[in-house]
Design a protein around this ligand. Structure first.
Ligand code: UD1
Length: 430
């Protein structure tokens, strides 16, 4: 298992290109199952989760190819036929987002068999709403041997209310509804930019969708969808992580290929703690996306934060923000409302010298405490990012173990950080 060796205490400086959003690319790849024609995706990040979804497509008997481009990868998928409707446990347990094939397979082929994801480090994360919604669309769902078996003889439009806002739940039902007969209305739908990006791809494929980016999405089913070409949006969480990395080291960094609109909550919170972020710089000629420049106005000040659905402060930035608050003057209360067990990084941060008390869904971070390098273990994707940030701010050497978590969702993070002046090395074992 690979490790990162970090020699902390150096302010970051320079510019870094932000990759395409993993959480937008995954549903976009699943959407390709809705048509027999070719779907071409650009700006797909080079991260492990994308490889896992390609392995799943392979299992299903669906061809995909990857080509290296200037900005990320081009992924082409042509789902002419389906050889096998099964998403096996070995792949679903590696990546819960595998469940995104359920809606498309059911809508186009009338049958899907997907392993239940089981527990995960950050909480129970059930898929009950995905299943309830598909049932409302007319599917028959049974469970056996740890698998969900979904069958439908043509889905029918419906009105469905999400008890809890669910990102992949909204994506699954939106995809299924594109080929259902009649109109589907999804209430309390997720408004995340990744859901909107998927909606844009589906529209390019011929789907009729209204209300993207609002809590009420209306889909009028069509008989068939066609191929399309689509550019994936920039990864707002990777961007937020680099903003936090610059801030925790007291550095000055320019982020290229970002969409500042998607980062409003993060930028507002960082401004509150004393980070200056400027989005007025013009993007380089020909660039599709914007630029953000960041530097600290002075010492960091603590500020409370509560995670919320978009456009609130993202749960996927909570761990990185916690690392940052260890270096701010004062006490910050961090409230996690989306997942019930997402503070595993707190104990690891404490090993580096942080003063954090966790009480249920609240964490109290008392700053500023000096951090000193130690051995720490990553528990999930964003938790590992927070440990890397803390390692960059710590005196001496930090070893982050189990970096396969970080490779799931960050493209060559050690190379990008090295380019910004960090001392970070990957140690590969075996
Ligand atoms: C997605 C993101 C993940 C992010 C999360 C919240 C992808 C691939 N992953 O995950 O990075 O952290 O959104 O922004 O896009 N829930 C239920 N029943 C369900 C579905 C969800 O109770 O059927 C609950 C979950 O347990 C959780 C909450 O709803 O408490 C939100 O989860 P959800 O939005 O579904 O997360 P994901 O789509 O899995």
């Amino acid at each position: 298992m690979d490790q990162f060796l970090i020699e902390g205490g150096r302010p970051l400086s320079g510019s870094v290109g932000i990759s395409g959003a993993k959480n937008a690319a995954l549903p976009a790849m699943a959407a390709a199952l809705l048509t027999s024609e070719r779907v071409t995706l650009h700006n797909v990040p080079r991260v492990r989760d994308i490889g896992t979804l390609r392995s799943l497509l392979d299992e299903l008997g669906v061809d995909s190819s990857v080509t290296h481009e200037d900005h990320g990868n081009r992924v082409e998928i042509e789902a002419r036929q389906l050889l096998n409707p099964v998403a096996p446990y070995e792949l679903v347990k590696q990546m819960r987002a595998s469940v995104l094939v359920l809606g498309p397979l059911l809508a186009r082929f009338g049958h899907a068999r997907v392993s239940l994801p089981g527990g995960c480090a950050i909480g129970a994360r059930p898929i009950n709403l995905h299943l309830k919604g598909l049932e409302a669309l007319g599917a028959t769902i049974t469970m056996d041997h740890g698998y969900v078996d979904a069958r439908a003889d043509g889905l029918k439009g419906t009105a469905f209310y999400f008890d809890t806002v669910s990102v992949t739940g909204t994506e699954n039902l939106m995809m299924a509804a594109t080929l259902a007969a009649g109109e589907t209305v999804l209430e309390n739908a997720a408004c995340e930019p990744e859901v909107v990006d998927l909606g844009h791809l589906l529209q390019e494929m011929g789907a009729q969708i209204e209300g993207l980016g609002t809590g009420r999405i209306t889909i009028r089913g069509v008989a068939r969808l066609r191929g399309a070409r689509h550019v994936i949006i920039p990864d707002r969480i990777e961007a937020g992580t680099f903003l936090a990395a610059a801030a925790i080291t007291g550095g000055e960094v320019t982020l290229l290929n970002v969409e500042p609109k998607h980062l409003a909550a993060v930028v507002a919170k960082l401004a509150e703690v004393g980070v200056e972020i400027d989005s007025s710089a013009p993007p380089p000629p020909g660039a599709r996306w914007g630029t953000l420049r960041t530097r600290n106005a002075g010492p960091l000040r603590a500020a409370d934060v509560t995670t919320q659905e978009y456009p609130g402060f993202p749960t996927d930035m909570q761990a990185q923000y916690m690392a940052l608050m260890t270096q701010a003057e004062g006490t910050a209360v961090i409230t996690e409302t989306i997942f019930e067990n997402r503070f595993l990084h707190a104990l690891e941060l404490a090993r580096l010298g942080a003063d954090i008390t966790v009480d249920g869904r609240r964490a109290l971070v008392r700053g500023k405490t000096p951090l000193s390098g130690a051995n720490v273990q990553a528990s999930d994707l964003r938790a590992s990012a927070s440990l890397v940030l803390a390692g960059l701010a710590a005196q001496g050497e930090t070893v982050v173990d189990r970096v396969y978590h970080i490779d799931r969702g960050y493209e060559r993070i050690e190379e990008k950080l090295t380019k910004l002046g960090a001392r970070i090395k990957r140690i590969s074992e075996g």
